[in-house]
Design a protein. Sequence first.
Length: 259
Amino acid sequence: MSTTICQVMGFIVSSLGVVGCIVATAMDMWSTQDLYDNPVTAVFQYQGLWRSCVRQSSGFTECRPYFTILGLPAMFQAVRALMIVGIVLGILGLLVCIFALKCVRIGSMEDSAKANMTLTSGIMFIVAGLCAITGVSVFANMLVTNFWMSTANMYQGMQNVQNRYTFGSALFVGWVAGGLALAGGILMCLACRGLIPEESRYKAVSYNASGRNISYRTGPYKVGSGYEPEMKTRKGAGYEEAARSEDGRRSYPSKYDYV
């Protein structure tokens, strides 16, 4: 799979995941009334993250938003926060991913910059998908706990009839959307490796010779006569040290120099 195809597929899958997270957060059917063993079927109740609705058998539906924040359970508010964080990160990841596409040229942007942007968007998509999956799973756990508590109270012979709530369609949309965002983020991270330039993948290796480096110096070459007797200097009368003349030749003592 080429880098461009992997990057485009990651962008498309992540876009579907982010859109699904937005739709799931806005839906009202996070929890629906369980009609099993419920004698009252003329009224159907369902709840979302932002409001609760009642639908009558005549088709009339009335929804009422939650006017309070402090009165809601802490886990309910945590689900809201997780979904909002996932949506924000997903939108930011889409904006970064658009400029990081290899088929889009913006000025003189290098491939290394596109690789960093692709990796950043992939990490954002992965975190957004994890936030969505975690939020939906926490809400589903709340529903399961309340369902079995209501069932136990009903079997204990309590007179009042309690409404039990089960999974709504928004939960399944949120799970699928979170999985798509997670898969798209992984594809973007895989595409980042193909955008890294070739010269930055391998480090240059320098090889040194095992022997010593011998340096030769060029200088004046003095031609000798082949045999030059070594002059020995003695301390005493009649011997003087050989002196060099200005033109570089060595002067030797003659027989007239000895006294």
